[in-house]
Design a protein around this ligand. Structure first.
Ligand SMILES: Nc1ncnc2c1ncn2[C@@H]1O[C@H](COP(=O)(O)OP(=O)(O)OP(=O)(O)O)[C@@H](O)[C@H]1O
Ligand code: SF4
Ligand SMILES: [Mg+2]
Length: 347
């Protein structure tokens, strides 16, 4: 297998808070191949946004401690000199944050922000960049793209601003796109249009995508692989079919609305949104010992649940087609799943 575009290994993030140190991301590892889309799902507060902000050096200085490795084409984003990281953020990586206003400069017109992004990427005249900017705004479904170029962010609605941020992120054909709830606030038609646009970008430029969302319809529509995160840990990852149709971990089954009957497949076609799992996630300042999910787990039975962190193990051995584009098998934190082999992950 060729080197993945992005390889995240044992990412850990600690944040200093008034209530003590918050262990927000706890050993997250995943990879994204060229042209591959990895969806990251999990409840609110599970560390999804913090994990991607950490990759890009965008967490507040003096508050966050980040360890691990995050190799973008073999180069570690976490140890890169700040100037180089700024350049990578400007050119190689497109980002759409949960709050569009954090990405837009309020004192510059939409057109200027788009044109600057497009021209940063290569030799493009101002006039061509402006034409391309209007085209991009049309492609993300903004009405009157030409007129929008001369408007300021505050003159647009929240959904329009989100589309502008998406247009800016896609404008310089990034090799990696990180989208955090990028289409959540948009109506389904616009959402579908944007997903089409991302897929075209992937086909044309081999862009790898990390797509954070709680919308399982979007996951089913866009993802090759799915990473399920709980308490800042991956509890399951696999191809979109494996995770949505044959979820192995009790938490994933809960999110898919399949609890408490764990003997049945979770879904007949993905539900539109994550289900509510009874109970609440742990505070990152007060993670339970052992399996982070045990206080809410309806199938906890093993005494190790309360004392040991379950390792990730391959599940569903022998099934055909369960290896995704990155070459990774379907894995789940396990001594809890019927099909899993707990000993496999423990070395
Ligand atoms: N700057 C910060 N300082 C202190 N704690 C923070 C900071 N940013 C996030 N957190 C905490 O880190 C945890 C994870 O937050 P994060 O924003 O990554 O969650 P999320 O999975 O993206 O949730 P959502 O689905 O609501 O966007 C939360 O408990 C949050 O309160
Ligand atoms: S390790 Fe135990 S508590 Fe955790 S998910 Fe598995 S069965 Fe549940
Ligand atoms: Mg978030």
């Amino acid at each position: 297998m060729s080197q993945p575009l992005l390889e995240v290994e044992d990412l850990q993030v600690r944040l200093r808070t008034p209530r003590g140190t918050a262990a927000v991301v706890n050993g997250l590892s995943y990879s994204v191949g060229e042209g591959e889309t990895v969806a990251v799902v999990g409840e609110s507060g599970s560390g999804k946004s913090v994990s991607v902000l950490a990759l890009l050096g965008l967490l507040p200085e003096g508050v966050a401690t980040v360890t691990g490795r995050a190799l973008l084409r073999g180069e570690d984003l976490l140890t890169m000199p700040p100037e180089r990281l700024r350049r990578v953020r400007g050119r190689g990586v497109g980002m759409v944050f949960q709050d569009p206003m954090t990405s837009l400069n309020p004192v510059l017109t939409i057109g200027r922000q788009l044109v600057e992004g497009i021209r940063a990427h290569g030799e493009v005249s101002k006039a061509d960049a402006r034409r391309r900017a209007a085209e991009l705004l049309g492609e993300v479904g903004l009405p009157d793209p030409q007129g929008a170029l001369d408007r300021y962010p505050h003159e647009l609605s929240g959904g329009m601003r989100q589309r502008v941020v998406i247009a800016i992120a896609l404008g310089n054909s990034p090799s990696l796109l990180i989208a955090d709830e990028a289409t959540t606030a948009l109506d389904v038609t616009v959402q579908a249009q944007i997903i089409d646009l991302v897929e075209r970008l992937q086909a044309d430029h081999g862009t790898g995508v990390v797509w954070i969302t709680h919308d399982l319809g979007v996951v089913a529509g866009i993802a090759d692989r799915v990473l399920v995160v709980y308490g800042g840990r991956c509890v399951e990852d696999g191809t979109v079919d494996d995770v949505l149709e044959r979820p192995a971990h009790p938490y994933t089954r809960g999110l898919l609305g399949a609890l408490p009957d764990l003997t049945q497949p979770a879904v007949d076609g993905a539900p539109p949104d994550l289900a509510t799992v009874p109970g609440t996630p742990p505070a990152p300042t007060d993670l339970p010992p052992g399996c982070v999910f045990w206080p809410r787990c309806p199938v906890r039975a093993d005494p190790r649940c309360e004392t040991e962190q379950p390792p990730l193990a391959v599940v569903g051995q022998g099934r055909s087609g369960h290896v995704g584009p990155s070459g990774l098998p379907h894995r789940a934190a396990t001594w809890c799943t019927e099909t899993g082999s707990p000993e496999e992950g423990r070395s």
